[in-house]
Design a protein around this ligand. Structure first.
Ligand SMILES: [Zn+2]
Length: 397
């Protein structure tokens, strides 16, 4: 009898210990996990980073800088606070003299992630949503993931104590730029979507996303969607009938099109259909880095003819190099191919890529463009004015 009671006590103690260990482990995973993952996936190489000359510094401070793509909302950190990991937050945007950062929202990424031939059957973002304790409904719905990240950007506007604006209309943009003439310690964001899978095949969701503040929509990400084929998808198809309906709805609302990641047939069909210029928010060019992810010379011509803007990415598969000279080589290629008015920055900061420097150190590009021999007027366009010009034209009035 006594022996049995002893065994019972040991079992109870063992169970208590096991539960405590599980709870401790869960606390550890949910508290340290998100920043651990964000650090691991978004490294900075610091490769070939040079001190800025005084002329580069002065020119950089005079610019109105815009970047077309950062996935910073995907990671759990508070973007109003300066962090020593990841690539973007409000204090670093201000340090880097960035006037406008596009925050793009990722909702589903296949695993393993291939450059070609991904199906939509697997997903890595669910794990991230659980790890970061996103709302329960976002674990099961791509639309809810998009809406949750949109709410995070809206709350950033509240948290950043006046240092961050969310731009939704032409009026917002012109008011903000006028204000920025007086005060350089402010920055702004534009909300974009990376892949129309978040529409979940429902046309009303175009309106829902518009109301949530989205202004730029990428038609596909790493797999084919109900709207269109992806450059990394299975069948390289173009627009579906639903996709054509989505484009029409977007055009009526004043939602802009992002052709990054779209299949080449989708690029062709969209440019035939749309009367408005398009963005390619983050890409490389096959002329300096030949792979399925990057734009061909023919596509560069098509996009420039539409009056669109091409954002050059900072990571290895975009520019076939890991330093600023690879980025500038791609920029130079676009300028030589189609002219100075159609190229921009499309970093893909915080997009699970390794980059040479974070947003606080964008002066590296200004300096490298000077060294490359671009004039001050040309550098102003590349670093932001091309994007601002297009937004002034395309944002809802
Ligand atoms: Zn992307």
């Amino acid at each position: 009898m006594k022996r049995r009671r002893h065994i019972g006590q040991v079992l109870r103690f063992g169970l208590l210990l096991a539960i405590s260990l599980v709870v401790l482990l869960a606390i550890l995973v949910f508290s340290i996990g998100p920043s651990f993952v964000a650090k691991r996936f978004n490294p900075i190489s610091h490769l070939d980073v040079q001190p800025l000359s005084s002329t580069a510094q002065a020119l950089h401070q005079s610019l109105t800088i815009a970047d077309l793509h950062a996935d910073s909302l995907l990671w759990g950190r508070d973007l109003s606070k300066l962090k020593n990991y990841g690539h973007v937050d409000v204090p670093r945007l201000i340090q880097g003299n960035v006037a406008l950062q596009t925050f793009t929202v990722v909702t589903k990424v296949p695993t393993p992630l291939l450059l070609e031939g991904n199906s939509d059957r697997s997903d890595n973002i669910t794990k991230l949503a659980i790890l970061q304790r996103w709302p329960l409904r976002s674990w099961f719905s791509l639309k809810e993931r998009a809406l949750y990240q949109a709410r995070r950007l809206q709350s950033l506007e509240r948290k950043a104590s006046g240092q961050f604006r969310l731009i939704k209309t032409q009026q917002d943009l012109s008011n903000y730029l006028a204000q920025r003439q007086q005060n350089r310690s402010i920055t702004a964001g534009l909300l974009g979507l990376e892949g129309a899978q978040a529409l979940e095949g429902q046309i009303e969701n175009v309106n829902r996303l518009y109301e949530a503040g989205f202004r730029l929509i990428g038609l596909a990400h790493f797999f084919d969607t109900e709207v269109s084929g992806s450059a990394h998808g299975v069948d390289q198809r173009g627009l579906s009938p639903f996709g054509r309906e989505v484009l029409k709805r977007m055009e009526n609302l004043g939602l802009m099109i992002d052709l990054a990641h779209a299949s080449s047939q989708t690029v062709d069909e969209v440019l035939q259909l749309t009367t408005r210029p398009v963005f390619v928010s983050h890409t490389g060019v096959q002329g300096t880095c030949d792979n399925a992810r990057n734009l061909s010379d023919r596509q560069l011509q098509q996009i420039a003819r539409s009056g669109g803007v091409i954002g050059i990415g900072f990571w290895k598969t975009a520019v076939c190099g890991e330093d600023v000279s690879a980025i500038v080589r791609a920029i130079r290629y676009v300028v030589d191919a189609v002219g100075i008015d159609y190229v921009a920055l499309g970093s893909d900061y915080d997009g699970a890529v390794r980059v040479p420097f974070d947003v606080a150190n964008l002066g590296q590009i200004t300096q490298a463009l000077q060294t490359e021999g671009f004039t001050e007027t040309e550098i102003k366009k590349i670093m932001g004015l091309n994007v601002i010009r297009l937004l002034q034209q395309l944002l809802p009035a």
